[in-house]
Write a protein that binds this ligand. Structure first.
Ligand SMILES: Cc1cc2nc3c(=O)[nH]c(=O)nc-3n(C[C@H](O)[C@H](O)[C@H](O)COP(=O)(O)OP(=O)(O)OC[C@H]3O[C@@H](n4cnc5c(N)ncnc54)[C@H](O)[C@@H]3O)c2cc1C
Length: 533
């Protein structure tokens, strides 16, 4: 069915929120022929969806909470996603060193079961149980591309070199990386290519049920202009703000809520020189990752801290930073110190409030609430993970299509995201091809472009046969050609959008370079506005 079948000014769906869930739902809906408007109050993915650990993972840890449905769905999904986006996602191996100090979170069902059966373990996490978990992890989700778990002798394997010498044995298992904020932008691009209207810097202020539909009032943050849109259905994918939108803009008295759990990461100078990651287990039942990041850095995270108010910007506190550094220093031979830290970031998980006692134990599963009892329906999205965003969108569309009487089926499982139409092992070939015709491109520069844009890198570089052909050089291989692409195709408006969400070149540009980029982008937008008058 098509939205144009309805009144001219009535869109089928108005999606509140341009994070991974809102953009994933908008893409799926547009591909099924529904007319869609998505409103994001700031930049796409600026909130939780750019501050994750950036893993497509089953969540090994969730096995201890007996979250089998979530883990199986996420495991099955890893390879589907990897195939659809081999530029922004890639396989990773995780080295999990074994140590007798490893302990369970005492609240996990697995821990409670073990203390009943083997009380002498006193909360310790035995290595056979880890092996059992990894066996399930390997077999629950139908692996084809990703290699299986293996044992590692840390005394001889290079993965042991940066670790404390008393660590001798580890397991190594597979999961995948994903560039989270690029995932959001590419879903929005694909949605737009299929007809969706994507409005950024546009806040949904209120929505009223009128004449069998919604009248939604929106606020353009840049001009201050308020305007309305009519929609048959509203999807509330506002992440940490879902309850606020539900009870405020949508005037619902539903008691459903989210529990906000802050997670912080630190980025340090590179701590080891191989391409595998570490999965470190703590004596407090928690785990952290140390992951090779942006070639020259290491990413360490994350924490779990209650966060009261979504309006309060999450930041990595000194206590969280020290917690992560101390945790990592228990495993690395050389202590990781505040001097190693080059950047920190923090995000808020909008977890469905299932009454769990601890932040670590709260469910990571998603829950969809359809509020369709009076007049026009609304679908509210609670929780979820980056890994399950496509499946969440499919479940949401099942509910949406039923509510709107549309009969289009799922389609996203085999469909590549923009630039992702090449084989999973095709990155090297794309890099070589880009460089063949453009000898000025360094290996590192070409690889960065392929990892960000896949087959679209070719279009960004165009016919340029020398660097000058790409226009102004903003530093760290960021050129005018790339910035123009991001402004015209990916809704980038400011230097921050480009440097911290469409790329991570913020780690490399100086403050002066970032300022010059911002000024150039503002001037370009002014010129365009004048030309349009
Ligand atoms: C520290 C941390 C680590 C994580 N690691 C992983 C991981 O490794 N793997 C994984 O699978 N998942 C991970 N997650 C979970 C994952 O990041 C989130 O589940 C996911 O990003 C949530 O996306 P969302 O679209 O629901 O929310 P968001 O990305 O927060 O998007 C909601 C959007 O709604 C917008 N909005 C709100 N109100 C309005 C309004 N009134 N009008 C217009 N727009 C509005 C906001 O501006 C925001 O952009 C992690 C989360 C955290 C915090």
């Amino acid at each position: 069915m098509n939205g144009s079948a309805h009144a001219e000014d009535m869109t089928d769906l108005l999606v509140v929120g341009g994070g991974v869930n809102g953009c994933g739902i908008a893409r799926d809906a547009a591909g099924r022929g529904l007319s869609v408007t998505l409103a994001e109050m700031k930049d796409l993915g600026w909130a939780t969806s750019s501050s994750s650990t950036k893993l497509f993972h089953g969540g090994l840890r969730y096995l201890e909470f007996f979250e089998f449905r979530l883990v199986r769905e996420a495991l099955e999904e890893r390879e589907t996603l990897l195939r659809a986006m081999p530029h922004i996602s890639w396989p990773l191996r995780f080295v999990l060193p074994l140590h007798e100090g490893m302990r369970f979170d005492s609240e996990t069902p697995a821990s409670r079961l073990l203390s009943r059966l083997m009380p002498w373990m006193k909360g310790r996490r035995p290595s056979w149980m880890i092996r059992l978990g990894l066996f399930l992890y390997d077999h629950m989700g139908g692996r084809r591309i990703l290699p299986a778990t293996r044992s590692v002798d840390l005394r001889t394997d290079p993965a042991g070199a940066p670790l404390k010498p008393e660590l001798t044995k580890a397991y190594e298992y597979s999961d995948c990386w994903v560039e989270d904020s690029r995932l959001v932008a590419l879903n929005a691009r694909d949605a737009a290519a299929r007809g969706a209207e994507i409005l950024t810097r546009t806040r949904v202020v209120s929505a009223e049920r009128e004449d069998g539909g919604w009248t939604v009032t929106l606020d353009d943050a840049e001009t201050g202009v308020r305007f309305t849109r009519r929609a048959r259905m509203v999807v509330n994918a506002a992440g940490p703000w879902v309850a606020e939108v539900l009870r405020g803009a949508l005037h619902s008295d539903s008691p459903a809520g989210v529990r906000l759990v802050r997670g912080s990461h630190v980025v340090t100078r590179r701590l080891f020189d191989h391409d595998r990651c570490y999965f470190f287990q703590g004596s407090d039942g928690r785990i952290i990752f140390a992951i090779p990041y942006e070639t020259d850095f290491t990413l360490i995270g994350t924490t779990d801290a209650e966060h009261a108010d979504p309006a309060e910007p999450p930041v990595c506190t000194e206590a969280e930073r020290d917690y992560l550094l101390d945790f990592a220093s228990r495993w690395f031979a050389r202590p990781v110190t505040p001097e190693d830290v080059v950047w920190t970031y923090s995000g808020v998980r909008p977890l469905y409030d299932d009454g769990a006692k601890s932040a670590t134990a709260a469910t990571r599963d998603y829950v969809l609430h359809l509020d369709g009892t009076v007049g026009a329906p609304a679908l509210n999205v609670f929780g979820g993970k980056i890994t399950t965003y496509r499946r969440l969108a499919e479940s949401a569309l099942e509910r949406i299509c039923a509510a709107l009487g549309a009969d289009a089926g799922p389609w996203t499982a085999g469909a590549p995201l923009p630039g992702g139409d090449f084989p999973v092992d095709g990155v090297d070939a794309l890099v070589a091809h880009l460089r063949e015709r453009r000898p000025f491109l360094t290996e590192r520069w070409a690889r960065r472009l392929v990892r960000a844009y896949g087959t679209d890198a070719e279009a960004i570089l165009g016919e340029a046969r020398e660097a000058a052909g790409l226009g102004r050089d903003f530093g760290a291989t960021l050129t005018e050609a790339e910035v123009t692409w991001l402004m015209d195709r990916e809704w980038a408006r400011s230097a921050e959008d480009v440097l911290w969400r469409r790329s991570k070149l913020g780690l490399r540009l100086s403050a002066d370079e970032a300022e010059a980029l911002d000024a150039w982008m503002a001037a370009r937008r002014r010129d365009e506005a004048h030309a349009a008058e």
